[in-house]
Design a protein around this ligand. Sequence first.
Ligand SMILES: *[C@@H]1O[C@H](CO)[C@@H](O)[C@H](O)[C@H]1NC(C)=O
Ligand SMILES: *[C@@H]1O[C@H](CO)[C@@H](O)[C@H](O)[C@H]1NC(C)=O
Ligand SMILES: *[C@@H]1O[C@H](CO)[C@@H](O)[C@H](O)[C@H]1NC(C)=O
Ligand SMILES: *[C@@H]1O[C@H](CO)[C@@H](O)[C@H](O)[C@H]1NC(C)=O
Ligand SMILES: *[C@@H]1O[C@H](CO)[C@@H](O)[C@H](O)[C@H]1NC(C)=O
Ligand SMILES: *[C@@H]1O[C@H](CO)[C@@H](O)[C@H](O)[C@H]1NC(C)=O
Ligand SMILES: *[C@@H]1O[C@H](CO)[C@@H](O)[C@H](O)[C@H]1NC(C)=O
Length: 374
Amino acid sequence: MGVFTLAWLVAILPLASASRALPALKQSVSPTFKIIPSTAIAGPSTARFVSGTEFDGPQVSPINSTSWDWWYFDAVSPDLKTALSIVFYNALPSGFPFLAPSDTVTIATLDCIFENGTQFYAVLEASEAIITTVGDGSSGCFEGTGASWIGAPDMTTYRVEINSPKNGIVGTFELRSLAPAHYPCGTAEAGQSMMVGPNIGWSNAVPDAVGTVDFKIAGSDFAWTGVGYHDKNWSDQPFAANVGSWFWGHGRLGNYSIVWFDFLALNGSEYVSGYAARHGEILTASCREDSVKVRPSGVNDEYPPVASSGFPGGFNITLHLGNESTLTARVHIKTVLQQSTTLYSRWAGSMEGSVDGGEVISGGVALLEEFKLV
Ligand SMILES: *[C@@H]1O[C@H](CO)[C@@H](O)[C@H](O)[C@H]1NC(C)=O
Ligand SMILES: *[C@@H]1O[C@H](CO)[C@@H](O)[C@H](O)[C@H]1NC(C)=O
Ligand SMILES: *[C@@H]1O[C@H](CO)[C@@H](O)[C@H](O)[C@H]1NC(C)=O
Ligand SMILES: *[C@@H]1O[C@H](CO)[C@@H](O)[C@H](O)[C@H]1NC(C)=O
Ligand SMILES: *[C@@H]1O[C@H](CO)[C@@H](O)[C@H](O)[C@H]1NC(C)=O
Ligand SMILES: *[C@@H]1O[C@H](CO)[C@@H](O)[C@H](O)[C@H]1NC(C)=O
Ligand SMILES: *[C@@H]1O[C@H](CO)[C@@H](O)[C@H](O)[C@H]1NC(C)=O
C-alpha cells in the first residue's frame, strides 16, 4: 500500500501542476486517501447529502450491501454513431439492481458502440479501490483491473485509463472541461444540498467537456473526439427504494452546455435539476420546480412513463436560463447505446432549439437516459 501511495502521488502531481489551479493546489496539497474493500461491510453506511470540501471525493462510507457510490464518465461523437461510458462502482446489485450478479463491490464497467452499431461491454472486478482526493478532483485506482482515473485538483481535466489486454481494452479517455461543476441546486460551493431526489446524491464535476477517446477495443481502433461528461451519484439506500423513473441527459447546443434531470419519486412527486452554461460561465444551476421540464415526445410520449411503456422517440426540454430567458430544445433519438428490457435505455440524440423563440440553433449533440422502474 505504501509503495502504491507514493506511485500514485507521482502519477498525480505532473497533472496537478499542469492545471490552472496551482494556488488552490498549494492550499490543499495534502491528498485524502480512501480504501474501499471489495466486499460489502455488514452494518450502517453514512452518506453525505450536504456539500463540504472535496467536490468529487467519495460520499458514502463504508459501503454496505444496499448503499452505492460511483463515478461516471461518458462521451458521444458529433455524428451520434459512437459513444463510450465508463463507470467506477462501489456497489452491489442489492444496491443498484442493474449490475450483473456479483459479490464484488469494486467494479469498473466499460460500454461502447462502434460506428457500425456493434456494441461492446466489459465488467472488471477489482480486489479493492483506492480513491484519492486532491483539492476538488478525485482519482481512483481499481486494483488488479488496469482501470483508473486521475482528475486535476480544479476538475478542469480528467484522464481515465484502462489497460486490460485480457478483456480486449487498452487506451485512454480524456476530458477537458468546458463548463463549471455544479450540484443539483446550485454552484460548487460548501453548504449546498446534494440531493437530486429523495436520498439520491448527485454532483456534476464536468457538465460538458472535449472528450478525447483513444482506445483499442477488441482489436479495433476506437478513437474519436466528442462531447464528454463526468458526474457521480450515490445513496445509502437501494436505488429502487427511491426511484420511480428519471430522464437525464447532457449535451451541447450551439454555445450552450446543458444538463437535465427530471425525476419521479415512487409516490409520484417530481424533482428536477436544470443546468446551463455558456462560454464557460454558469447561466443556471437550479432545482426549483420550474427550472427544467423534460417530457417524452414522438412515439410513446405518455407521461408519466410506466415500466411497461415503450421508449419514446425523443424528449422536449424547457430550461429556464435565469433573467426570464428560456431555452426550449427538442431531442431526437438517433442511436440506442444500451437497453435493459423496458426499464432502462441510454441513447445518443440530436438536438435543436431556441432561446425565447429566437433563431433556431441546430446541430446539438446529446447523450441521455431513461429509467422507469414502476
Ligand atoms: C446500509 O446503511 C444504511 C444507512 O445507515 C442502512 O439504512 C441500511 O440498512 C444498511 N444496509 C444494510 C444491508 O445493512
Ligand atoms: C463492426 O466494427 C467492429 C469494430 O471495428 C468489428 O469488430 C465488427 O466485426 C464490425 N461488425 C460488422 C458486422 O461489420
Ligand atoms: C447516475 O448514474 C448514471 C450511471 O448509471 C449516469 O448515467 C447518470 O448520469 C447519473 N446521474 C444522476 C443524475 O444521478
Ligand atoms: C456563439 O458565441 C460566439 C462567440 O461569442 C458568437 O460569435 C456566436 O454568434 C455565438 N453563436 C450563437 C449561435 O449565438
Ligand atoms: C412524496 O413524499 C415526499 C417526501 O416524503 C413528500 O414531500 C411529498 O409531498 C410526497 N408526494 C406525494 C404526491 O404524496
Ligand atoms: C442578467 O441581466 C443582467 C442585467 O441586464 C446582466 O448584467 C447579467 O449578465 C444577466 N445574466 C445572465 C446570466 O445573462
Ligand atoms: C414537443 O415539442 C413539439 C414542438 O414544439 C410539439 O409539436 C410537440 O407536441 C411536443 N410534444 C410533447 C409531448 O409535448
